[in-house]
Design a protein around this ligand. Structure first.
Ligand code: COA
Ligand code: AMP
Length: 640
């Protein structure tokens, strides 16, 4: 298919002509309790608010309305867990009952009310999805924290969100390893100033845990007791479209994460629109996003969007490789007849590494499968081409962020696929007017690198603000380029309007599709007793795209073996941030390369580590330091 047969140009132009009319029409796909009379109020909130007088309920749209429309017997969630050898199908009718029961428990047993926060620190089990939906049902604001974060990170989120209740589980399972969650939860609550009233703990058969008396409640026991009274008692609570649905913390440039807020109405409208028009999915089809509910992709495309659209969503508790082999993805697609899947390129790099010829692929029937979508990090052309050759189906890269909650730039398969240019996620979705600008916010010529910014207002589903921090919202995203949202990604737009996203302009790195702050890691390393100064950068990694590498300068007089201190630094980051940081490389150097004004030359250090050609920065204080850096990297087997 080529550009002329796609409806994209017509639809994008329609949005440009009349953005409010466009989103007003898209809003008709949602069941409102009170239909919005105003599509957008530019005066409300930090940069305006979508559907300010609409009243709705997200859980009703994800669950109840499909039961009413006759989809009660259709699977809503298919849980496939190779790590526990479990498969479970939950129909829309059963999901409705489950969300009613858990909503009842939250409200009646634990006194959770509209606007209260509930944190979920849970593995990929159906109870986690039920937990999110139950919160949405009663208007509680959920905040899911990824299981790979350490207690300190969880504690920071507890102190910011101040949850009334925490939903958790006894353990998670990482491949063949059972990870005890309860000690992590206990230690986070100990560290946090804010204490939740109660924790509801799911005991998993792989590892039971002790419950803390007076605080912890056993999930199953509470559930069994509630069965007597909770079912069918809880109608979805009417919510303003602008009320928060959830807070999702994401890495900022410091160790303090940003609490991205998602509203109810705009979120539903944009996600619902995306399923048909962007992803080309019909209600009733099976859809699989192989991410984790702790990330935005998990929120939007494991839980909400497929359920808004009446699809069957696959909940996979496993890895692309090793559970049990590199054919796992093909097995899941074939077994559950997925029409499309969505994952991060790193997962495909992992499969490619283990099964480069795709021998395992040929064992499965993927006839129902039509598209693979990739996001979360830059999709390297090699990986895309490998997947295209193997699948013989479109492989579609698309660009988005936790902040936006859905795609910024993509290839709208549902409107008619546009030609793919490897290395580009293709074109802006309706709602996004993207520009590449210089530091003075002046548009740069086509083909020239600049900062990628979005003209305000942001479309529905994008963050209206940061949790209780309007000032930080403005400062982080809106102040630098007046009238625009700063994506903090750099890239260029080519002559055909294709956007190329090349990398971050801040110190965020993407490790195996996981967003991490090098600034946060530097804060941890600086806390080591022997470290005087440090710099953490993301260096190229064949599997994970990037991995962090920490350079440390020791305090005068420290004469312990460097290897010992480096090992302690690695452990410190694991303990404070979590295993997800994948921080495995600390290198001791005599000094860091700096400009005469004292700025660390991270860009040049990265080029050296990545084995790329580099030029001597004119402002460098002492050129010899770069040789020392190169030598130290070589000593660890890194660099060209
Ligand atoms: N709970 C506890 N620990 C977790 C965890 C969780 N939910 N998720 C990851 N971890 C741990 C891992 O076990 C690993 O620990 P280790 O250092 O002891 O081995 C560490 O965090 C790093 O995890 P990860 O970067 O995922 O590496 P991996 O080697 O386990 O797996 C891939 C590599 C490529 C297979 C894996 O990253 C993957 O499947 N990625 C898919 C992409 C994805 O989900 N992206 C999300 C956004 S779309
Ligand atoms: P997250 O908030 O975790 O979704 O990470 C968002 C960041 O990941 C973006 O700002 C980009 O730097 C990067 N990213 C996500 N998708 C893509 C993509 N398709 N191409 C390039 N970078 C991407």
């Amino acid at each position: 298919m080529d550009a002329t047969t796609s409806r994209y140009p017509e639809i994008y132009a329609r949005w440009q002509r009349d953005p409010h009319g466009f989103w007003g029409e898209a809003a008709n796909a949602i069941d409102w309790i009170e239909k919005p009379k105003t599509v957008f109020d530019p005066k409300a909130g930090v940069y305006g608010r979508w559907f300010p007088d609409g009243v709705c309920n997200t859980c009703y749209n994800a669950v109840d309305r499909h039961v009413i429309a006759g989809r009660g017997a259709q699977p809503a969630i298919v849980y496939d867990s190779p790590v526990t050898n479990t498969k479970q199908t939950i129909t829309y009718a059963a999901l409705q009952t489950k969300t009613e029961i858990l909503a009842g428990i939250l409200e009646k047993d634990f006194g959770v009310r509209k606007g209260d926060r509930v944190i979920l620190y849970m593995p990929m089990v159906p109870e986690a999805l039920v937990g999110m939906l139950a919160c949405a049902r009663i208007g509680a604001v959920h905040s899911v924290v990824f299981g790979g974060f350490a207690p300190k990170e969880l504690a920071t989120r507890i102190d910011d969100a101040k949850p009334k209740v925490i939903l958790s589980a006894s353990c998670g399972i990482e491949g063949t390893r059972v990870i005890a969650y309860k000690p992590l939860l206990d230690s986070a609550i100990d560290l946090a100033k804010h204490k939740p009233d109660a924790c509801l703990i799911l005991q998993r058969p792989q590892l039971a845990c002790e419950l803390t008396p007076g605080r912890d409640h056993d999930w199953q026991k509470t559930w069994d007791e509630a069965l007597v009274w909770a079912k069918n008692v809880l109608e979805p609570v009417p919510m303003l479209a602008t009320d928060p649905l959830y807070i999702l913390y994401t890495s900022g440039t410091t160790g303090i994460p940003k609490g991205v807020v998602r509203d109810n109405g705009g979120h539903m409208v944009a996600l619902q629109w995306s399923m048909k028009n962007l992803y080309g999915i019909e209600p009733g089809e099976s859809w699989w996003a192989a991410s984790d509910i702790g990330w935005v992709v998990g929120h939007s495309y494991i839980v909400y969007a497929p359920l808004f659209h009446g699809c069957t969503t696959i909940l996979y508790e496993g890895k692309p490789v090793g559970t049990p082999d590199a054919g796992a993805f093909w097995r899941v697609i074939a077994e559950h007849q997925c029409a499309a899947m969505f994952t991060a390129p790193t997962a495909f790099r992992a499969i490619k590494k283990e099964d480069p010829e795709g021998k395992l692929f040929s064992k499965y029937d993927l006839s129902k499968f039509h598209t693979l979508f990739l996001a979360g990090e830059r999709a390297d052309p090699d990986t895309i081409q490998w997947a295209e050759r193997l699948l013989k189906k479109p492989v579609i890269d698309h660009w988005w962020q936790t902040e936006t909650g859905w795609c910024i730039v993509g290839n709208p398969v549902g409107l008619g696929q546009l030609p793919v240019k490897h290395g580009s996620p293709t074109v802006p979705m309706p709602g996004y007017d993207i520009r590449a600008v210089d530091d003075a916010c002046k548009e740069v010529p086509r083909g020239t690198m600049g900062s990628l910014v979005v003209k305000l207002p942001l479309p529905p589903s994008c963050l209206p603000t940061l949790w209780q921090q309007d000032g930080r919202m403005t400062e982080s995203y809106l102040a630098e380029f007046p009238g625009y949202y700063k994506t903090a990604d750099a890239g260029y737009i080519d002559k055909d309007g294709y956007v190329f996203v090349m990398g971050r302009t801040d110190d965020i790195i993407n490790v195996a599709g996981h967003r991490l702050s090098t600034g946060g890691m530097e804060e941890v390393l600086s806390g080591h007793q022997d470290v005087a100064e440090c710099a953490v950068l993301g260096i190229k990694d064949e599997l994970k795209g990037e991995v962090p590498c920490g350079f440390i300068v020791l305090k005068m007089g420290v004469n312990r073996p460097h290897a010992e201190i480096e090992q302690e630094c690695v452990q410190l980051v694991r303990d404070k941030i979590g295993p997800v940081a994948a921080f495995k490389l600390a290198i001791t150097v005599q000094r860091l390369p700096k400009t005469r004004s004292g700025k660390i030359l991270r860009g040049t250090m990265k080029k050296i580590a990545d084995g790329e050609t580099w030029t001597m920065p004119a402002t460098i204080e002492d050129p010899k330091v770069l040789d020392e850096i190169g030598g130290a990297l070589k000593g660890k087997g890194v660099g060209g």
